[in-house]
Design a protein around this ligand. Structure first.
Ligand SMILES: [Zn+2]
Ligand SMILES: [Zn+2]
Length: 331
């Protein structure tokens, strides 16, 4: 679908039931096209990309550059294959590049770190293996590859017809980037801002110490931009960037207030706190037991990102008992 002259949105299917399609954007240039995000490495995603390229009279070899907003498998998985077959140049944030090996190539160390992290945050031993291994299956949908170019924010990626400034927007993932076409007032927002879903912002072994603060700071910066059209990596393009940012701030304020209430009288672990939060409120709510192992792990990480942000503001006190961390509101 052509969103505006020279920018096409393609939808690629995901291999996991109930997971949302990913949007990839194809941007015209005078020296080849730019593809932003690539989809999972599955035959279905490859064929869907091929078919949609052909529909607009293009071929893979017309793609000169690929920019991946972050290395989650739905954005990065297919990059290796497309690059190998058609010699496109891949660009990633430097931080993302540094995480590729531990995340997708030598995963044993990261798996051990995830187990230690779950244990010290109060996950019961009988649940630990399923939470630890919850995302291991997605590795088969990624062909790891290193970028030709790395960025850190502030660079301009040009196609000749469009000039996108690289904005470093940590939070959902530490080296996540958005792309901003200042003159045409277009923001490609990746997973940083979606129109309906609140992006996962959680602590995990690769997240850095306070991803929530990074996320909120990145949102504050984006709020200053003059934007007419937001192109997100899931769901649909939308226009009201500032309103959506306000909704996201509100969501995090409400979540923070709920967490403060839970730890006001009694110190709790992140796991214990997470089990008492009403999750998925937007879609009718879900009990803790009904969450999938992956969603439980993400929930512990999100809870912890709030606890650590509150601790950074001096409102929460952290203690430990036999290598397990407890948090208590102490303002
Ligand atoms: Zn993501
Ligand atoms: Zn995504």
């Amino acid at each position: 679908m052509e969103i505006i002259p020279g920018i096409y949105q393609f939808k690629l299917p995901l291999p996991i039931p109930n997971a949302p399609d990913v949007n990839v954007y194809l941007i015209q240039g005078d020296r080849g096209w730019l593809l932003v995000d690539v989809g999972w490495d599955t035959q279905e995603a490859f064929d869907a990309l091929d078919k949609q390229l052909k529909e607009i009279g293009l071929d893979f070899k017309d793609i000169a550059q690929i920019v991946v907003t972050h290395i989650h498998p739905d954005h990065y998985g297919l990059a290796g294959k497309v690059k190998q077959l058609f010699q496109a140049q891949l660009t990633l944030h430097q931080i993302e590049k540094d995480l590729i090996e531990t995340r997708y190539i030598k995963v044993d160390h990261l798996l051990q770190e995830v187990a230690d992290w779950l244990r010290t945050n109060g996950t019961p031993e009988d649940e630990l293996p399923s939470l630890q291994r919850a995302s291991l299956g997605v590795i088969e949908y990624v062909t790891p590859t290193l970028p030709e170019l790395t960025v850190s924010g502030g660079e301009v990626i040009s196609t000749g017809l469009f000039n996108f400034e690289v904005l470093w927007t940590p939070g959902h993932f530490p080296g996540h980037i958005c792309l901003y076409e200042r003159e045409k007032r277009i923001l490609i927002s990746g997973d940083h801002i979606l129109p309906l879903t609140t992006s996962n912002v959680g602590i995990h072994p690769q997240s850095g110490s306070s991803p929530l603060d990074g996320y909120l700071n990145s949102l504050t910066k984006l709020k200053e931009l003059d934007v007419d059209l937001v192109l997100p990596a899931h769901e649909y393009p939308f226009r009201e960037l500032r309103q959506r940012i306000e909704e996201l701030f509100q969501h995090h304020r409400e979540r923070e207030a709920a967490i403060v209430d839970l730890i006001r009288d009694k110190p709790k672990t992140a796991y214990q706190t997470a089990t008492e939060i009403p999750w998925l409120a937007d879609s009718g709510g879900a009990t803790w037991q009904s969450l999938s192992p992956l969603n439980k792990r993400l929930a512990v990480g999100e809870t912890l990102s709030h606890l650590e942000s509150l601790r950074g503001k001096g409102e929460v006190h952290k203690t430990h008992q036999e290598n397990v961390f407890f948090y208590r509101y102490s303002k």
